[in-house]
Structure formats: C-alpha cells, structure tokens
Ligand binder design. Structure first.
Ligand SMILES: [Zn+2]
Length: 278
C-alpha cells in the first residue's frame, strides 16, 4: 500500500488485487513484438492487470475513487478474468472501515471499476459503503441501461441500479465539484461519458484518469486499449490531458497498473513519454 501527501490531503493507493486480460485486447493495435518489451504475457497471452482504487482523505471527507471488481462476478466471468476481491481487506489494513467512506466516485460502470459498490446480503445487492454517497455521470448510467453488444458484458446492473433507485447514487452532468478540492471531468474515448477525478490541494493536482490511460505502459498516444469504444476520441482526450498534466506536473493515477499506482508523466528530450514515480 502506498501513501502520499498532496497539499492538505492524504492519498492512499488501495488495491482490489490483480486480474488478467488478453495482452492484445489490453494494448489495441500495438503488435506483440512491441508490447512484449514493456509487459510479459503468459502462455495464454494474459497480462497481469491491477485494480487500483484511491482513498483521498481531506479534513472533512474520506473519498474512495473506484471500487475494483468486487466479489459478485458470475462463475464464468470469474474463470476468465479472476476475481481477487481484496479491496475490503486492503482498506482494513489501511485502517479504513466501510462505514468510514462518505463518498464513492466511479469513473464509469464497467464491472472492473464499480464491483465493490454493492455486496449481496440476503440475496439482494446492498451498498458496501452504507454511509457513502456514490457518484457517476448520468450519461454513463443511461448507456449502462442499454449498452451495445460490444461492451454489454461489462455492465452488471447490481453494481449501480439499486443505488440509483434508492437515491444513494447521484448522477452528474459533466464537470462538477463533489467536495472542495475534488471534482470530476469527462474525457470521452473509452466510453462516451467516462469521468476523471481531479484532486487539488495546496496548489498541487492529482488526476485519476481511469481507463483512458490505464497503466504506465499505455502512455504513448496510440497505445489505446482495444476495449475503447471511440479510440480516436481517446487519442484526442490524451492530447488534451497531457497538454495540461505535463507542464503543470499533475500526479497521474493509473487504474490498472499492477505495480505503479501513480507517477508524473514527462516527455524526455526525444519527445518520448515516460513516467517518474512519486
Ligand atoms: Zn472500462
């Protein structure tokens, strides 16, 4: 577990464990001869994929960004992807109980980003974080009601519909501040309404950009996942992001990096993207 201080806030990287994805799907059009210089795959071409959530402690709030895969995957999916289900254990190791979380923010509603939003109790999905308000973009939730055949398998209604129905999950429209210093901003590409979480304190900025730059091996503009619904928009979103994040030295948080939860993205003298650990 890694921690750091950002202005007056404390950031804690808490993992739900590591799962696995096909290396080809994870790196889109990039040939294996190139990506194998950065990551190693097993005999089935799986690569390890982290599930990094971030806890932000402000003076008034304990905010959880993203909730991993959770423990409710159907057997068939658990077999394909794995279901590590470590988030609650790791939160507890950080001294954080589910009741301590008062805000949960999901970047989008694919199953590997909102799985611990709910747990089954008495055969029904209930909020894992009973005192928290949950937030996601309204457009993402609307899409989740009728997802395309392409990514429909990634949407599991038990992760969000009961929370929307009870009013515990709030639907956002575009850029919005959630609490002082923590806001969201939409970066389309992976899905149309995926939101990044911007954390600002004491003149410093950290950004949880989720699947739009999932690991530190995905920094180059065209290293975009095959899962992205709008890859050309992903590319444009990255250009916009880097144009601010690099000169302003934002801390970039990586949702799926199995080793590095965050770092500063830089361009070296040859214009090559690189990351420096924080
Ligand atoms: Zn996703």
């Amino acid at each position: 577990m890694q921690r750091l201080t950002l202005g007056d806030f404390e950031l804690i990287a808490v993992s739900d464990g590591a799962y696995r994805l096909d290396g080809g799907a994870f790196f889109g059009v990039i040939p294996k001869v190139m990506l194998s210089k950065k990551v190693s795959s097993d005999e089935n071409n799986y690569v390890p994929v982290g599930l990094n959530s971030i806890v932000v402690r402000t003076s008034d709030h304990t905010v959880l960004i993203e909730t991993g895969i959770g423990n409710k995957l159907p057997e068939k999916m658990a077999k394909i992807y794995g279901q590590p289900a470590k988030l609650l254990e790791n939160l507890s190791a950080a001294g954080i109980a589910p009741e301590d979380i008062d805000i949960v923010i999901n970047s989008h509603l694919h199953f590997d980003h909102c799985g611990w939003n709910t747990v089954m109790r008495g055969g029904k999905p209930v909020a894992t974080f009973p005192k928290a308000k949950y937030y996601v973009q309204e457009g993402e939730w609307q899409y989740a009601q009728r997802p395309s055949e392409r990514d429909g398998v990634s949407y599991m209604t038990d992760n969000y519909d009961p929370l929307v129905a009870s009013g515990q999950m709030q639907l956002l429209r575009g850029e919005q501040e959630i609490v002082p210093g923590i806001s969201v901003r939409v970066f389309p590409g992976h899905t149309q309404n995926m939101q990044a979480v911007m954390v600002r304190s004491g003149g410093k900025t950290a950004s949880y950009i989720s699947d739009f730059i999932p690991t530190s091996a995905h920094l180059d503009l065209n290293w975009v996942m095959a899962f992205d619904l709008f890859p050309l928009q992903s590319l444009e979103s990255r250009k916009k992001y880097y144009a601010e994040a690099i000169p302003q030295r934002w801390l970039t948080m990586f949702t799926h990096d199995p080793k590095l939860p965050w770092g500063h993205v830089e361009k070296d003298e040859k214009g090559k993207m690189m990351v420096r650990g924080a």
